[in-house]
Write a protein that binds this ligand. Structure first.
Ligand SMILES: Nc1ccn([C@@H]2O[C@H](COP(=O)(O)OP(=O)(O)OP(=O)(O)O)[C@@H](O)[C@H]2O)c(=O)n1
Ligand SMILES: C/C(=C\CO)CCC[C@H](C)CCC[C@H](C)CCCC(C)C
Length: 328
């Protein structure tokens, strides 16, 4: 593989992802959702919950929460809502849809990891840079592909199969369970090149993605917020900290004030982009923005902790705070 093809591949993804976001944006109609939210809020039987630590007021009607736009696909018929042959047809189409979605994700995942592995092996980029690029990009790229899956309740299980088997792969490679295996996944995500290193940060990262997919999926803003804090927040902290981080926090030898500022800016701005993409949070509400900023600052502080692993501490904090402030 030549330097040109590595650069070509990188350019393709660099252009494809923003283009996907723009396309997606054009058909998630946020203003319409806002009108619907107001309509529902003014209907009899709807009650407003009191503010909770400045969290956006949640308007509930029975069990339905209307500050968020529940289904990513808008109103969409689910096979489980239909009886008889029509239901079976819709369900089998959804099954094929999810299978195709999974195949596309698997192929892109292999290509993406292969590209960066090659960049490392050809010494175009250092192992540090490759590891950080993989850390920042893979989970967000996976989230960007979630719209490929159907509205069927089992779609999240299909999607979770990719990170689940990637975790198995990293575990097997990290433990070197298969002698003379050619799988380089563990070495390409370890800083020192030792496969066992992949059993910590990288494996925690993938397990977090499996759980996020199964528990929150695209219905909940928690997924996008959690992934942005873990990937862009932590990633920007290192990039900005290494470049501008001369003033360190007084208790730390490595973590800098500039790094933490990079965390907040990276996590907050990427959360806005991803929440816009999924359209499941009302970003026209200034309180929502304050809550997002609060979550980003809290996660940047957690990132400074000398205990535990950032790939656990940060997503757990982000999930707890966003579930509390925005709901599941
Ligand atoms: N708040 C922060 C965080 C990171 N950094 C910079 O980024 C480097 C790596 O930080 P970090 O990602 O926390 O290091 P590790 O935990 O060792 O790496 P990883 O998260 O990739 O496992 C630090 O040495 C420091 O130069 C910083 O300046 N300020
Ligand atoms: C280096 C990493 C963390 C260290 O802090 C991240 C390791 C990432 C894994 C090797 C790969 C994860 C795969 C994804 C969950 C699925 C990606 C799909 C996509 C289409 C690229």
């Amino acid at each position: 593989m030549t330097q040109g093809s590595v650069r070509g591949g990188a350019c393709f993804f660099a252009f494809a992802c923003p283009a996907g976001i723009l396309l997606r944006r054009s058909y998630v109609d946020q203003p319409r959702a806002e009108i619907r939210r107001r309509e529902l809020a003014s209907e009899p039987g709807v009650r407003q919950l009191p503010r909770l630590l400045g969290a956006p007021r949640r308007v509930l009607m029975g069990e339905q929460r209307v500050t968020r736009i529940k289904d990513f696909h808008g109103v969409r018929m689910s096979g489980t809502d239909l009886d008889g042959a029509a239901g079976m047809l819709v369900q089998s189409n959804m099954f094929l849809n999810d299978l195709a979605g999974l195949v596309i994700c698997v192929v892109l995942s292999f290509l993406w990891l292969f590209l960066w592995q090659q960049a490392r092996e050809q010494e175009i980029l250092s192992s540090q840079v490759v590891r950080k690029v993989i850390h920042i990009t893979t989970a967000p790229a996976f989230l960007l592909l979630w719209p490929l899956f159907s509205a069927h309740p089992s779609a999240r299980v299909f999607a979770a199969l990719l990170p689940f088997f990637t975790a198995v792969r990293v575990f097997v490679a990290g433990k070197q369970l298969i002698p003379n295996s050619k799988d380089t996944i563990a070495t390409s995500v370890s800083r020192s090149g030792a496969p066992a290193e992949a059993l910590r940060g990288p494996l925690y990262y993938i397990v977090v993605i499996v759980l996020t997919t199964l528990v929150f999926w695209r219905d909940s803003p928690v997924s996008a917020i959690l992934v942005c804090q873990m990937c862009f927040g932590d990633g920007f902290a290192e990039v900005v900290g290494k470049r501008f981080g001369t003033t360190k926090w007084w208790w730390s030898k490595t973590k800098s004030v500039a790094g933490s500022a990079g965390f907040v800016v990276g996590a907050f701005s990427s959360s806005l982009v991803f929440l816009t993409y999924f359209g499941n949070l009302n970003l026209y509400d200034t309180e929502t923005l304050w809550c997002l900023l609060f979550i980003s600052i809290a996660c940047s502080l957690v990132e400074l902790l000398p205990i535990g692993d950032d790939n656990i501490n940060v997503p757990v904090t982000a999930a707890a705070l966003s579930a509390f402030l925005f709901g599941f």
